[in-house]
Design a protein around this ligand. Structure first.
Ligand code: 2IT
Length: 445
């Protein structure tokens, strides 16, 4: 295959969709060698088939705010690839949402879901709706209107959405309620459900816990542990919360969290009740971290800045795509960072990844590190199908096993001759081979 030709063609068809093109380029470049060693892929033109979504659904979402004004948002579902299972992936509600972002997320989801070893294809969806500052009833009316359109395209064996940025337990509840009313079935069509009505235990914590389990495997491979390591986190949502909880349980000291308003530096470490405070911050619906600096002593708030300027052993981006750039990477490296693991999707820009790899810093990409979230969604689907419920130890044990397995797959395909593990390459090749071979088995469809 010819990477430049593939990328030029894609750029022509999806002009200016930078995040989507960035995510595709990373995968295409890292699988090039394996692809060329297996001529059956080229014969079936797997590469051009896998980088184009199966379908993109776009719809209008009208709703009425508390003052009686009629509002219109855009709703989307990108069903990318269902070679290994029903389409599966989250919904993001954020003003930045557009097709480029949802296509990048849907594309990444294919390989991430393949790495989990569970039968799930790749998809993503969402809306440019901004939940910030909205009342509960406004969020409910929006979710109901969104589902009034989406329900036609999803189903427990067809496409199973879940949460992402801006979509948590509250939104999943409103979405599920509407689906249930329209369809008349109480099926596991969404994951991240409430634990009283089909949700899996550990799902809220799973992305963060899984990320820490993965990072722990990276450390173990270097005969190190989390004990007494300093950790800088970005974000303060569900993912950062789960990561902080598990990392502090393993003896690490979390020194930062961040929001759109800036970052918090807490030299004593964010643990115990301070971690619970993240839930209060999130529930306030204001999307800011500054209140943390009023709540606790000896804390610094750095307005408008990102946490990557602090001295830390480990950096874990937990917020959104491209949140850590080349300059941030250089700062972290000069401050002695040893491990960087993206718990957010594509948290680092390509030049940041290059800096880490060039300097042989342990670096792992979101599609491997954050796969614990969707993996536990898969375990929720399993429990729904079996009409039973596992206890939290059972789910946590399976999540841990899955993360160790993903780490092994990355090492298998990413270990270089100099013993450095290229986790980006490893994750991309392992995920690609599973999906590409399944596509080959099924013919050109
Ligand atoms: O990015 C992700 O993997 C998620 N937002 C979770 C998707 C899911 O279906 O649980």
């Amino acid at each position: 295959m010819n990477v430049d030709k593939i990328m030029n063609n894609l750029e022509k068809k999806h002009h200016g969709e930078v995040e989507y093109l960035q995510a595709v380029r990373e995968v295409v470049e890292s699988i090039e060698e394996v692809y060329n060693e297996n001529p059956q892929f080229e014969t079936a033109n797997i590469i051009e088939r896998i980088i184009e979504p199966d379908r993109v659904l776009q719809f209008k979402v009208p709703w009425i705010d508390d003052e009686g004004n009629v509002k219109i948002n855009l709703g989307y579902r990108v069903q990318f690839n269902n070679a290994i299972g029903p389409y599966k992936g989250g919904l993001r509600f954020h003003p930045s949402v557009n097709l480029s972002i949802l296509k990048f997320l849907g594309f990444e989801q294919i390989f991430k879901n393949a790495l989990t070893t569970l039968p799930m294809g790749g998809a993503k969806g969402g809306s440019d709706f901004d939940p910030k500052g909205k009342s509960n009833t406004e969020v409910m009316r929006f979710c109901q209107s969104f589902m009034l359109e989406l329900w036609k395209y999803i189903g427990p064996e067809t496409d199973v959405p879940a949460g992402d940025i801006g979509v948590g337990g509250r939104e999943i509840g409103f979405l599920y309620g509407m689906y249930k009313k329209l369809k008349g079935d109480h099926t596991g069509v969404l994951t991240g459900k409430g634990s009283n009505w089909g949700g899996s235990l550990i799902r809220p914590e799973a992305t963060g816990f899984g990320g820490i389990y993965f990072a722990q495997e990276m450390l173990t491979a270097k005969k190190e542990t989390f004990k007494d390591k300093t950790v800088a986190l970005s974000g303060f949502g569900n993912v950062a919360w789960g990561a902080a909880l598990k990392a502090s349980e393993l003896g690490a000291k979390i020194v930062t969290i961040s929001g759109p308003d800036g970052y918090i530096y807490d030299p004593q470490g964010i643990s115990g009740e301070k971690i619970d405070f993240l839930l209060d911050l999130r529930a306030s619906n204001e999307d800011i971290v500054k209140p943390y600096s009023y709540a606790f002593e000896g804390v610094e708030f750095h307005e408008g800045k990102r946490p990557w300027e602090v001295k830390t052993d480990i950096a874990l981006p937990c917020a959104t795509q491209n949140e850590l750039n080349g300059e941030d990477a250089r700062k972290l490296i000069s401050n002695g960072v040893r491990l960087v693991a993206e718990i957010s999707n594509m948290g680092c820009t390509p030049d940041a990844v290059e800096e880490f790899q060039k300097n042989k810093i342990l670096f792992a990409p979101g599609k491997a590190v954050n796969a614990g979230g969707v993996a536990t969604s898969g375990l929720e689907m399993t429990q729904n199908s079996m009409k039973l419920r596992w206890n939290s130890n059972e789910v946590d044990k399976r999540l841990h096993e899955i993360m160790c397995n993903i780490h092994r797959q990355c090492v298998k395909y990413g270990k270089r001759e100099d013993a450095y593990i290229d986790y980006v390459k490893g994750a991309n090749i392992a995920g690609f081979l599973k999906v590409a071979n399944s596509m080959l088995d099924m013919g050109v469809i």
